[in-house]
Design a protein around this ligand. Sequence first.
Ligand code: F6P
Length: 322
Amino acid sequence: MKKIGVLTSGGDAPGMNACVRAVVRCATAREIEVVGIRRGYRGLIDGDMIPLGPRSVAHILEHGGTFLESSRCEEMKTPEGLQIAVDKLNEEGIEGLVAIGGDGTFHGAAALAKAGGIKVVGAPGTIDNDVFGTDYTIGFDTAVNTAVESIDKIRDTAESHDRLFFVEVMGRNRGFIALAVGIAGGADEILVPEHNTDLQILADSLKKHFEVGKRSSLVVVAEGDAPGGAQAIADKVGWLVGKDYRVVSLGHVQRGGSPTANDRILASELGAAAVTALDGRGGGGMVGKIGSEITHTPLEDTWTKHKELDTRMLKMLQILAL
Ligand code: F6P
């Protein structure tokens, strides 16, 4: 392989820069030329590309966001858009592509591989951790740590006012962030889309927390748990509990910031593995890490197969929150 492209697509995630850096430096070590495609598939269709060498990725490891920028590109989902993308790759002489993002990104990557005969390797980069074929996605660890830092601060004010807080975290339709943040942040309850919540039972349980002497109580709510999110749940449950309550939505704060060491390491490993996969004899697919092993998963599996949430942790919380 002589020339590859790299892009970041979908929601940005801390560690994407570290992954691009690894792709560029590992490809250079194999004497493969690298082109950075800016703004994800939007930039590919527009032909917005820049040559990348080892020095162009210096000092990006520690920065959040993605220096290549990202987008959610509707045109890529059309046959016309896809054909333009294939043409641009061919015009540029790009033989292989590393696509860093979530399952939406991999849909685009799989379509490119099919329509253009281009070898495509995906690297999982999303704070949501909702991708089958890897224990963790790049950005998840940072997002969880960022949210836990906020929870610790919310707890200070909650305790000072004897209040009930509902804290909404990201995660689209899945509860991976909520579960991790809730356990690490010492939440009293965690609400995730994978588990139905009876609001009366929730209210009774929160009441009990106050009856046993807790001064404050904190509920972590995954954004996809219910229509209207944490606010709607709080408005129903707050008055049932009979406590002064507040709602905080952590929002995009969770997507920014310097990546944790864990995310930098994972991103570096997966970036390196992506180049090895592209330059090897095997087909494309997504590189991931399960346990201590680097894995390769067909792109289609990343969205057709279901990654289980460890709901045993929800049971454990009932004891931890006593
Ligand atoms: O997929 C990452 C994510 O941050 C989700 O957790 C969230 O639902 C979504 O992106 C928000 O997307 P946008 O930044 O386009 O509003």
